[in-house]
Structure formats: C-alpha cells, structure tokens
Ligand binder design. Sequence first.
Ligand code: ZN
Length: 243
Amino acid sequence: MRLALISDIHANRQALEAVLADIDRQNVDAMACLGDIVGYGADPIACIDLIQDRAPVAVVQGNHDEYVAGERSLADINPVAGLATLWTRQQLDEARRHWLASLPLTARVGDDIELVHASLLDAAGWMYVRFLDDGVLTMAAQKARFCFYGHTHRPMAFRQRDAGVEHLQDSHYDVETGDRWLVNVGSVGQPRDGDWRAAWTLLDTDAGTITLHRVEYDLEECMARILAAELPERLARRLALGQ
Ligand code: ZN
C-alpha cells in the first residue's frame, strides 16, 4: 500500500493544492490527514472542502480544529492563534464546524498504522513530540508498528530497533523487519523547519520506505490572502521563513 500522509494544513489553500497535485503524481492508494486543517491561514472553507472531496481513509482532529469547532475560551492560547481562531469561527458555517468537532483524536489504518495529531500518550493534551525523550514516551503508548503524527510542524522520525529508540531527521527511511516507527509527517501549510516548501509523507509498505516530499507553492498569493483577510501580518511573514 502507498499511503499519503498530510498534516497541519492551517487553511493554506495554495500549499494544499500543490501537495494534492504532487500526491496525484505519486500513484497513492489512499490518503490520511492528521489534523489542523484550519487556523492561521485565510482559506479554511476551501481547505475543509478539498480534504472532504478526497474522502481520506482517516482524518484526526488537531488542536486548532478543536479551538475553531468549539466554544472554549481562548484565554490560554497564544494571542495570534486566538485571533486566527476567532476569525476562522466567523468564516465557517455550522456544518463545517460540526464536521471539525466530530473528528476523532486517533485513528487506525489496518493493523499496522496509528494516527494522531500530537501524541498517543495524551491525545487530547496536545503534547509536543520534539526530542528523543518525547519519542520514547510516545512509543511506549504505541500499539501498532507505525504511528504518524504532526503538531510540531517539523518532520522527524523515531525508530525503535532492538531495545533502543533513535531520533532521526532524514527525508528518506528504509523500513526493516522488526523496526517500529513514530514519524512526524511535516506541515503542509506552515512548515517550521526552516524550509518554506509544503511537506507531506509517503509510506510504501511494499517497498518498505517512508519518504518526505517537499513541494513549492504560490507563497505570494497565500501571503496576500492572509493580509487581505486582516489576519496578523506575522502569519504571512513566517511562511516565507519556514518558521
Ligand atoms: Zn498545527
């Protein structure tokens, strides 16, 4: 099976369209989405509709999807995210907000693949898995051979082989019998690893490979859309930096 994994679209329509076109060139069998479809960017409706049209094999909820879908107070999230959340709530109709609210926190694809936005250790707690210790803790809660996640917007992987867990930051991994994997698939719409290009990940279970793909998109159009929507200017500027 060739499974495309996308995450952290953040209402960036230009990046999502570029990634979907790239996925179409890769002859995949299925696509899964790991959440944060909305929040920060200027095109939440288009992004929700593009994802729904693809009929992904699974979609899990991200923290921004939860913020936008719910009524919760935004007092404890950062002010820029709070402003973007309020703006996004105003854009979405009841049906789309309800769909975001209905998404599960975790999902399974077959026996071997688990999906979560942040961490299996505490799926509703939005923990950040960035360092080796985070990976070790999360893998202790991982039942399947593969877990894919997002949330940090930084592609990376943790490989458990024999007794140890290694922290890896490559764009291609060969999967060997007996390995267990926890893989951050990168962010479509707001990468934070210093590379502005949209990211997605392809798992090929027959070839035994996990590959990170990067795709250029119309950054200027995306930034202009954010400014025209009067969202915080920083949300446009950071896209060009990949931060
Ligand atoms: Zn995110």
